[in-house]
Design a protein around this ligand. Structure first.
Ligand code: GLU
Length: 297
């Protein structure tokens, strides 16, 4: 029998880990350790144009420098296209995925007419391409919900944020499974891979929380289990915005054991854990925080 807990950290190699990404990595590692579970790493390199060559290996080295070592083989999403294709085919066969021929411009003007908020796809191609050629593939959210008897509002309980809900059809619309440029969409890849890796607990940054309802709908559509979710606090930059690679967050400095400990201490602080005194070795700090997290369960 496998471990009842399998967690993961799933970085996109669009740059090196920064202070914000280490909070999510440390939280997922500690949660796995606290539950006596396994911790896996998945490199989310589906969006190839945004990936930085060599960043995947550099991230794995950064994690290793912090003592965060995966308990199983690392998965690269760029090598898993056939699994995403099989999942899309399943959805097409069930009549729940359809090709979309809309350009970004057409979607924007349809939104303006329908007064939809900017992010909602108005469903233009749901009932046919109207002579346009297929570009992307989308999930017919209402068809899935109707066929499976699912409520229009998807509810889930976040272990940190509490009860959450979203009406995916109204707030997001039929979301993309395969992009117009032929790349696999994050939502499909993450759902297929969380199931393939047997992930029971997802611990990731709060900026990803509003993807959860879409992922739950997709899990239902594919007959896959839903993990438990915990979204970690975000680290804010001095400008008051979330630290991210896009707004130039610096790569972690992990050159010396002191630098590693400072980086881990900053991440622990972001999780409300106490800092360890300077002479402590990083491995000792990880051990202490695991004990502390266990006593707070
Ligand atoms: N690859 C995503 C990121 O780096 C994380 C996806 C997830 O944890 O579900 O932001």
């Amino acid at each position: 029998m496998g471990s009842p807990y399998t967690g993961r950290f799933a970085p996109s190699p669009t740059g090196l880990l920064h202070a914000g990404s280490l909070v999510a990595a440390l939280a997922s590692w500690l949660d796995a350790r606290t539950h006596g579970g396994q911790w896996l790493v998945r490199i989310e390199d589906v969006d190839t144009p945004r990936c930085v060559p060599g960043a995947d290996q550099a991230i794995l080295q950064q994690l290793a420098a912090c003592g965060l070592l995966p308990d199983g083989p690392v998965l690269w999403q760029s090598q898993r296209g056939e699994h995403y294709a099989a999942a899309l085919q399943t959805l097409v066969d069930r009549g729940w995925a359809y090709p979309c021929g809309c350009s970004r411009k057409e979607i924007e003007s349809a939104q303006a007419v329908a007064r939809h908020s900017a992010a909602v796809y108005p469903g233009t191609c749901r009932h046919g391409l109207n002579g346009k050629s297929a570009r992307a593939w989308r999930l017919n959210v209402q068809a899935v919900q109707a066929a499976l008897g699912l409520p229009a509002v998807t509810h889930w309980n976040d272990r940190r944020l509490g009860p959450q809900q979203q009406n995916v059809s109204q707030e997001v619309g039929d979301f993309v499974l395969r992009r117009a440029d032929g790349l696999w969409a994050y939502q499909l890849a993450v759902v297929v891979d969380d199931a393939a890796q047997g992930i029971t607990h997802v611990v990731r940054g709060q900026d990803l929380a509003d993807n959860t309802a879409r992922q739950i709908v997709l899990q239902r559509a594919l007959g896959l289990p839903t993990p438990q979710y915990l979204h970690t606090p975000l680290v804010m930059g001095t400008n008051g915005e979330k630290l991210s690679k896009q707004n130039g967050a610096k790569a972690l400095d992990l050159q010396t054991p002191q630098a590693v400990l400072s980086a881990l201490n900053a991440a622990a602080q972001g999780l409300g854990l106490p800092a360890m005194p300077e002479p402590t070795a990083p491995a000792h700090a990880l051990d202490q925080w695991t004990k502390l997290s266990r006593s707070h369960r």
